[in-house]
Design a protein around this ligand. Structure first.
Ligand SMILES: NC(=O)c1ccc[n+]([C@@H]2O[C@H](COP(=O)([O-])OP(=O)(O)OC[C@H]3O[C@@H](n4cnc5c(N)ncnc54)[C@H](O)[C@@H]3O)[C@@H](O)[C@H]2O)c1
Length: 312
């Protein structure tokens, strides 16, 4: 299936990221949200990201302005989707919001249109139930910052057709993304399950006073983070044990002690929220920079890292 016209429904952080990607790859984009002031703010955000990309030579000269020309905005969902081949939905992450919007998109878009959701952990099997085209509904989950991180997770629901999954995968490749297709859906998909496990342990170590928030993040960034742009946890085990099977054999006991001593709570305890809020507010970077400055610094570092890791 050829995709030429795309729409972004929801123009928050993620919708802006998608609008940046689609427009900079030459697609006409309609960006929709519930009111004009949100859309004005979104266009400001997209403009500044496009200019950042052009300034770092990730877009050619004049491409930021040309990309912006390709973006139209509207508060009307019908206008956003009535001519679209592919719609990327990025409204708040709860079933009520997703189902409301999927029902509207289904009613107002052509039969062939693919309806993709940016949801971070919800199940497409549940969302697609409200549409008359469950086969053409799919999850395409990006990673923040969407304009820089290549990975997208593609997850079909029970009714999603393999053709839709394939089309979404090919489309993401065309956009320069790195798609990973899950064989079946699980809450949080891959990335957010890994992040959830890591976050619980990070929060717990700070809550128990084992380490400060500042040093926890430092240990991650200068240890795991620095090494893991090139190898993942499974290949790491393979290298660390001179063979993954040998790794599991040799480290069985010490891993059992670690796993046995780890928390398994599913709701963050109030004491942990308090400890982490205090710890993060005391971090040097948080004391010295605004949220926007930290985001800008993160993006600068990511551009350098991407050039090393991916050569682009
Ligand atoms: N923030 C992240 O790190 C991240 C990463 C990947 C995926 N996601 C997912 O992307 C989605 C959007 O997240 P976000 O961070 O951009 O949220 P956000 O709150 O920044 O933006 C959501 C936008 O949706 C708009 N909206 C609400 N109802 C709407 C409707 N009926 N029609 C059109 N627009 C509507 C809101 O006005 C808002 O601008 C969520 O499903 C989220 O889980 C978020």
């Amino acid at each position: 299936m050829d995709i030429t016209k795309v729409s972004c429904v929801g123009a928050g952080l993620i919708g802006q990221g998608w609008a940046t990607i689609f427009s900079s790859k030459g697609f006409e984009v309609t960006l929709q949200d519930i009111n004009e002031s949100i859309l004005e703010n979104a266009v400001k955000g997209v403009t500044s990201t496009l200019m950042f990309l052009e300034a770092r030579s990730l877009l050619g000269k004049g491409e930021a302005a040309a990309s912006l020309e390709r973006i139209k905005t509207t508060t009307q969902i019908a206008e956003a989707v009535e001519h679209a081949d592919y719609v990327q939905e990025s409204v708040p992450d709860n079933y009520d919001a997703k189902k409301k919007v999927f029902k509207e998109m289904d009613e107002m878009s052509p039969d062939h249109t693919i309806l993709a959701s940016s949801a971070s952990g919800l199940m497409m099997t549940e969302i697609q139930k409200v549409t008359t085209r469950p086969g053409r509904c799919v999850l395409v989950h990006p990673i923040l910052p969407v304009h820089l991180i290549p990975l997208v997770e593609i997850v079909g629901g029970e009714e999603t057709s393999s053709e839709t999954v394939k089309t979404a995968q090919e489309f993401m490749k065309e956009l320069g993304k790195t798609p990973v297709v899950l064989n079946r859906e699980v809450p949080g998909y891959i990335i957010n399950r890994l992040q959830a496990a890591l976050l619980r342990e990070a929060v717990d170590l700070v809550d128990k006073g084992v380490v400060s928030a500042e040093d926890l993040d430092k240990a991650f960034c200068m240890g795991i983070g620095l090494r893991d742009p090139v190898i993942g946890p499974l290949l790491r085990a393979h290298l660390a044990g001179s063979g993954v099977e040998r790794f599991f054999r040799n480290y069985a006991q010490s891993y059992r002690y670690r796993w046995e001593s780890m928390e398994t709570w599913t709701t963050i305890p109030p004491s942990a929220v308090k400890a982490v809020v205090k710890g993060v507010s005391e971090m040097e970077v948080v004391r010295k920079k605004t949220m926007e400055e930290i985001q800008g610094w993160r993006d600068e570092m990511l551009v350098k890292l991407l050039k090393v890791v991916h050569g682009d």
